[in-house]
Design a protein around this ligand. Structure first.
Ligand code: GDP
Length: 300
């Protein structure tokens, strides 16, 4: 899991300075808030998020809860913790299942974000939870994508629905649509639809994803974002929100030395919860996302 190295270190340093004080003056609070804001910006947190965050922390830190506290510095750390949990989405949001199976989960995101890998991870996780997942190859853009999905399906021990070899590449919208009927007939209770991405936001890709969405009427649309994306994360997320919309976010590559910006910006800028974190290339490197645990990790 990402250590948020620099961000964690910077915050720890800030709080260390604060702890040398007894009662906090307004200028102590201002200095601390300025340091926190700078640390967030350096970690690639979106400007607006860093600004709102520091304004809220400042208001609370100047208020009664800190004045009355036995240990004011500790109270400020507590406020920062609570506000971090807040921007990460607050309560844990679990994956939602349809009342009438199959539950349809569509994956969207840029090429290389980690969608196909996630499809395998989700399938394995769902199977362990007693579900019967079907992986659907609706990424027909890259010649290799169907093969790659086949590999992860096999590793996950899950079934795959893909265009027949030799039948031409097929139309991803039709493939996705047919997969739902197939799942119903064969009694798979969860359908995971992998879709095509491009290196950058692209109108044609977005249109295709939107058409797949309409064709399969998913219960969840998971937007997969590479945590290493940095400042671009919010713009990419907003483009996907406008183009396809999504119900939840998956942060991938949290095992890398992500500075934390994407993780800390995307949920609050889109109003969509982070549901899973992906932490490596292996199919088990994956876990449901807990805002409170992530906040503690940052403030560790
Ligand atoms: P897609 O184009 O969105 O389907 O992305 P892929 O699933 O093909 O992933 C792109 C690359 O990132 C592959 O080499 C994956 O092995 C790698 N990858 C995916 N998820 C993770 C992750 O959580 N951590 C790391 N380190 N690598 C990942």
């Amino acid at each position: 899991m990402a250590t948020f190295g620099t961000l964690s270190d910077r915050l720890a340093e800030t709080f260390k300075n604060l702890r040398t004080k007894g009662k906090l003056s307004a200028s102590d609070v201002d200095g601390t808030v300025r340091d926190i804001r700078r640390a967030l910006l350096e970690a690639d947190v979106a400007f607006e998020v860093a600004k709102t965050f520091s304004t809220t922390v400042r208001e609370r830190a100047l208020g009664d809860e800190v004045n009355r506290a036995l240990n004011p510095a500790q109270q400020v750390v507590q406020i920062v913790n609570e506000e971090l949990v807040g921007i990460l989405g607050g309560q844990q949001r679990r994956l939602e299942f349809a009342k009438n199976p199959p539950t349809v989960i569509m994956l969207a995101g840029l090429q290389g974000a980690g969608k196909t890998t996630l499809a395998g991870k989700l399938a394995k996780w769902l199977a362990k939870e007693g579900h019967t997942p079907l992986l659907v190859a609706a990424d027909l853009q890259r010649p290799n994508a169907v093969t790659q999905l086949g590999v992860v399906a096999e590793q996950a021990g899950a079934a795959i629905f893909a265009p027949e070899p030799g039948n031409g590449v097929g139309d991803p919208v039709t493939v996705a649509k047919n997969s739902i009927k197939y799942a119903r007939d064969k009694q798979y209770d969860t359908v995971i639809v992998d879709t095509a991405g491009r290196l950058g936001v692209d109108a044609e890709m977005m249109d295709q994803a939107a058409r797949i969405r309409r064709a399969v009427d998913p219960d969840e649309v998971l937007f997969v974002i590479d945590a290493m994306t940095g400042q671009d994360a919010v713009a990419t997320a907003k483009a996907f929100q406008d183009g396809v919309d999504f119900t939840g976010v998956v942060l991938s590559k949290l095992d890398g030395d992500a500075r934390g910006g994407a993780a800390l910006s995307v949920a609050s800028m889109t109003g969509r919860p982070i549901i899973f974190a992906s932490t490596g290339e292996g199919l088990d490197d994956f876990e449901p996302f807990h805002p409170d645990r992530m906040a503690s990790r940052i403030l560790d």
